[in-house]
Design a protein around this ligand. Structure first.
Ligand code: GLN
Length: 538
């Protein structure tokens, strides 16, 4: 039977619950156990798919096409385990399931209530789709004390009772602040947060204390005493220099050992920290660096392109280079400034995006990359903009546009049913925006002797998608005659998946999101190649 580890957070948000859970997953996995990671999100959106990146950061997409919280990206990158649709749930989804059932008469005349109906549905989710796992690590979003997360906390309290406390472990992550004025580490916020947790029925078994500096023994003893937790289970996590150090640091603090001791389980293997030590060393000590421009709408928010930033860093690690990300806001990028703003960058990247705002800046930057032979990677919307730029400049279709921008012009990019009326309509709606995109893993066949085939060293690939609009395949010949090759197509040859330029050292556009599959211990070939090309450019 699987053991369940619940991770809650206290005092403030953004303490790194996701990274702590992911690091613990790596450590347990490295000790020979099968682990699964899950996230319970307290907000009312059914999934984060319709939320702007400004709200919650990036929307992470799984192989099976779920639009999830970006913490699932951390989980995948650290544990190497691909997340599934069944690994992320929100209050909105729970309520919509319960209400659907109620409308069908599924509660047989009962009054439908938070306890037991909502909490039962949460418990079903926690247990769902778990087979041979030794451990399921379940993170509860938000901070203890929030009204929103109450049903989740209540559900995990009941859950421990249902499956037995010895099979359930509660980890609480709190902030232990350092007060400069008195030169002291303060434990009171942790005490209060644990008190809050206990008032809703949960006694933590392990407390992870996030702190700027090492926590002296006396303060640890105080936390142990006031919070009723064994001193060995008061675990400190001092800010690390790079996130890749997190598994090393948690292991040093015995987090994985304490978890196994709690469940009275012997380790199966010795932990292997060498891969993390190696990349930590590279990240901290590499002197050479490279500037890569990311031109998008959401550059002001650090987490909006989380997986992308990570994938570029991984590409840097692979090439022994530090990658400096030069974030440029496409909305204010003027044609006259492009040369100046891009003069120190070695590669240009246009990430995924939605809507017309800021597209002129992107299109101009693509033109600059194309004409000046600067390595260019266009991801999803970035590829679509490269198509529009090329159509306008080289195919002389001045009115080339995407129907995403509204009526008018000639849509080279559009909903597939706009031009595929006779054939089978695979998808294509802009009416209901939730979960209606082309989502998840789809195959692409790669053209022989293309750059992309050299990069992937394969004739066929699978990558994660998240888009509604497509490049109209009818223009393929026209583009190819002018030097833009459609080097990757869907197996039925109807959907362009990859484009590249003939007379350019490295110009690639992809309709999918390769960043979701890059991992620090297995950098994605597309990013490694892009960084290598950029390094060679300057
Ligand atoms: N907005 C574009 C579409 O829906 C691209 C989406 C994206 O970049 N993820 O097709």
């Amino acid at each position: 039977m699987a053991r369940y580890i619940f991770v809650t957070g206290g005092v403030v948000s953004s303490l790194g619950k996701g990274l702590s859970s992911a690091s613990l997953a790596y450590l347990l996995q490295s000790r020979g156990f099968k682990v699964r990671l899950r996230k319970l999100d307290p907000y009312l959106n059914v999934d984060p798919g319709t939320m702007s990146p400004f709200q919650h950061g990036e929307v992470f997409v799984t192989d099976d096409g779920a639009e999830t919280d970006l913490d699932l990206g951390h989980y995948e990158r650290f544990s190497g385990i691909s997340a599934k649709k069944t690994d992320n749930i929100t209050t909105g989804k729970i309520y919509s399931d319960v209400l659907k059932k109620e409308r069908k008469g599924g509660y047989l005349g009962k009054t439908v209530q938070v306890i037991p109906h909502i909490t039962d549905r949460i418990k079903e989710f926690i247990k769902n789709d778990v087979a041979k796992e030794d451990f399921v690590i379940c993170e509860i979003g938000g901070t203890v004390g929030d009204i929103e997360s109450l049903p989740f906390v209540e559900a995990i309290r009941q859950f421990a009772n249902d499956i037995g406390k010895k099979n359930t472990l509660f980890i609480h992550l709190t902030l232990v602040p350092y007060m400069k004025a008195s030169d002291e580490i303060k434990t009171k916020p942790t005490q209060h947060s644990v008190k809050e947790l206990r008032s809703i029925g949960i006694q933590p078994d392990i407390i992870i204390c996030r702190s700027e500096r090492a926590i002296p023994l006396n303060q640890r003893k105080k936390i142990s005493l006031f919070c009723n937790v064994d001193i060995k289970n008061v675990i400190e996590t001092v800010d690390v220099k790079t996130i890749y150090e997190a598994p090393i640091s948690f292991n040093k603090e015995n987090l994985d050992k304490q978890v196994l001791d709690y469940f009275k389980i012997k380790t199966r293997k010795k932990v292997n920290l060498n891969p993390w030590k190696k990349i930590t060393k590279t990240v901290l000590h590499t002197k050479k660096s490279i500037n890569i421009a990311i031109i998008g709408k959401y550059v002001d928010l650090k987490d909006a392109y989380k997986s992308l930033d990570e994938a570029l860093t991984h590409g840097g690690i692979h090439n022994n280079l530090k990658v400096n990300l030069v974030r440029i806001d496409s909305e204010i990028l003027k044609f006259s400034e492009i040369k100046n703003k891009l003069k120190n960058v070695s590669g240009i990247l246009i990430p995924g995006g939605f809507g017309k705002r800021g597209t002129n800046g992107k299109i101009e930057a693509i033109k600059y990359a194309r004409q000046n032979k600067i390595p260019f990677l266009g991801i999803c919307f970035g590829m679509q903009m490269a198509i529009i730029e090329f159509a306008r400049s080289k195919l002389n279709i001045k009115k080339a546009t995407s129907s995403e921008f509204g009526p008018g012009g000639l849509p080279i990019i559009g909903l597939i049913n706009e031009w595929n009326k006779g054939g089978k309509i695979i998808k294509g709606t802009d009416k209901d925006l939730g979960g209606t995109m082309r989502l998840g893993l789809y195959e692409a066949k790669l053209k022989d002797n293309s750059l992309i085939q050299k990069i992937y060293k394969s004739k066929s690939i699978k990558e994660r998608h998240r888009h509604r609009y497509e490049v109209n395949i009818a223009y393929k010949d026209q583009f190819e005659k002018n030097g833009m090759i459609f080097s990757g197509l869907s197996p039925d040859k109807k959907l362009p998946e990859i484009i590249e330029l003939k007379n350019h050292p490295w110009f690639v556009g992809v309709q999918f999101h390769p960043e979701f599959r890059s991992r620090p211990l297995a950098p994605h070939p597309l990013f490694s190649s892009f960084i290598r090309a950029s390094k060679n450019h300057k």
